[in-house]
Design a protein around this ligand. Structure first.
Ligand SMILES: [Zn+2]
Length: 357
């Protein structure tokens, strides 16, 4: 009987070493600094010729438990290829302490019709638009990337419900009804780009996906509602007023952009959606899908103006409440309050800064 137990112990000892060896070769077995002394003392019991079989068996059990409970985190396997970083010196020369700041990461791909020179101009235009309203942009890096072509040309979002027939909800209320969310594939694609980044949920990421399409709810002449055909866009901002907290936190800062028009304001406009958390509205113009006659940054014109006060539909004031903003104070990042409820247009962080339709 004793012989059988000893053989058994010998057997599991070898098995255990084989398992540890395999994981060590893979480089994924990671014990914390606290665990290492425990492991050393358990190994000492096992290696000590004076240890009883019972204590050796106990040490093996404890080792196995430690091993099974240790976090084994496989590295993220990217499909995005990060080719090289662009030189961003000169784009961040005047960052001030104790000043509202937004971190930005730019990804650019050779397959879209935007050059690095144009994207720099887009960034500088956005920076000056937001600085005029009290917010500086901090470009953390700009990276040339490649990714699978099939990631382009698809509807990025889906609508999972529709208003009742005959119902005409207010503009922003509709987004709580239709429950728009990213498609599962788009969520995975966004995550691939940002997986290694810090403060993912508080950083703006520009992704060079092209042919992105949005869907929205449309009312038929008889009062019933339908999901629109996918509608192509040159840039999309996936703002909280549309997706609420249905967009996973880690990708809630993503904007896709495939174009740069002569005014170089696409990035500024899309960041306006994200940071002011409004649609195409401005001054006396309330929200609507079309923005051709809307004044200011949130219209389709060439203006970069972020209006303030009730007459400006509180855009500047809403901007300064954005959870993507922080200030550096004595070397510490002090973040704005996060959304209190779901991040919709009327989230409680915007108390007093909400306008009727
Ligand atoms: Zn827009």
């Amino acid at each position: 009987m004793v012989l059988i137990i000893l053989l058994y112990l010998r057997y599991i000892k070898h098995l255990f070493y084989i398992i540890l060896f395999l994981f060590a070769v893979d480089g994924v077995a990671q014990f914390s600094e606290e665990q290492q002394p425990q492991i050393d003392s358990l190994n000492a019991i096992i290696d000590n010729p004076n240890s009883t079989n019972t204590s050796i068996a106990g040490a093996y059990t404890a080792l196995l438990e430690l091993f099974l409970s240790s976090p084994i985190e496989a590295p993220f396997v990217h499909q995005v290829i990060f080719n090289y970083e662009y030189d961003i010196s000169g784009l961040n020369d005047t960052l001030y302490e104790n000043h509202f700041t937004v971190d930005v990461v730019l990804f650019l791909s050779d397959h879209i019709d935007v050059t690095w020179a144009e994207l720099q101009q887009e960034f500088l235009t956005a920076d000056s638009a937001f600085r005029a309203a009290g917010v500086q942009l901090n470009l953390k890096k700009a990276v040339n990337v490649s990714f699978p072509a099939e990631w382009n040309n698809q509807a990025a979002e889906e609508i999972t419900a529709l208003p009742d027939s005959g119902q005409v909800p207010e503009f922003y209320d509709k987004f709580a009804i239709v429950q728009a969310k990213l498609t599962t594939q788009m969520e995975a694609i966004f995550n691939d780009f940002v997986a290694d980044e810090e403060n993912k949920d508080r950083t703006i990421f520009i992704l060079p996906l092209s042919g992105m399409k949005l869907v929205f709810s449309e009312q038929n002449p008889d009062g019933t509602w339908k999901v629109s055909d996918p509608y192509p866009t040159g840039a999309m901002s996936y703002p909280a007023y549309v997706l609420h907290n249905r967009i996973p936190r880690n990708v809630r800062g993503v904007i896709t952009q495939q174009q740069s028009r002569a005014s170089r304001r696409t990035l500024a406009h899309e960041m306006g959606h994200k940071l002011i958390n409004v649609s195409h509205e401005g001054l006396d113009q309330s929200s609507a899908f079309e923005g051709f006659t809307t004044p200011g940054l949130m219209g389709y014109g060439t203006s970069l103006e972020i209006y303030r006060g009730e007459a400006g539909r509180w855009h500047q004031e809403r901007l300064l409440k954005s959870p993507f903003l922080y200030k550096m104070v004595n070397g510490e990042q002090i973040w704005n309050q996060d959304y209190i409820e779901t991040g919709g247009y009327d989230d409680p962080i915007y108390k007093g800064l909400i306008m009727p339709d």
